[in-house]
Ligand binder design. Structure first.
Ligand SMILES: [Zn+2]
Length: 114
């Protein structure tokens, strides 16, 4: 193990990325809502309104994904603090470093991933 310090730095870097993505998506959603209001379109009957509704849904779904990732990363940081980071929650064996590099918030080894 390279130590928890490396893991924490990696998690914090990932968290900063997710936060930036979340902020961008939130302002995208706000922008779509705004343009829908400006255009005074009807979601049900106006083709442009339907497109805006779809765009808004897509942006909201992306934001929800980023939000979920953010919670996972925060939970992983808690595990770093508790000294249980990088240990499979099923078998208690260390999660391979390569897996943690790819998925810093992983809670399970490859064998127990699903
Ligand atoms: Zn396992």
């Amino acid at each position: 193990m390279t130590g928890a310090g490396g893991a924490e730095a990696r998690l914090r870097a990932r968290l900063a990325e997710v936060d930036a993505r979340l902020a961008a998506q939130r302002s995208a959603v706000a922008g779509i809502v705004e343009s829908a209001r400006d255009a005074n379109v009807d979601d049900e009957h106006d083709p442009e309104g339907a497109t805006l509704a779809w765009e808004r849904q897509q942006a909201a779904a992306l934001a929800a994904g980023a939000e979920a990732e953010r919670h996972e990363l925060l939970a992983a940081l808690d595990r770093v603090a508790a000294g249980t980071y990088g240990v499979c929650e099923v078998c208690g064996r260390p999660i391979p470093a390569a897996r943690l590099a790819a998925r810093p918030a992983a809670t399970r080894c490859v064998e127990h991933a699903r």
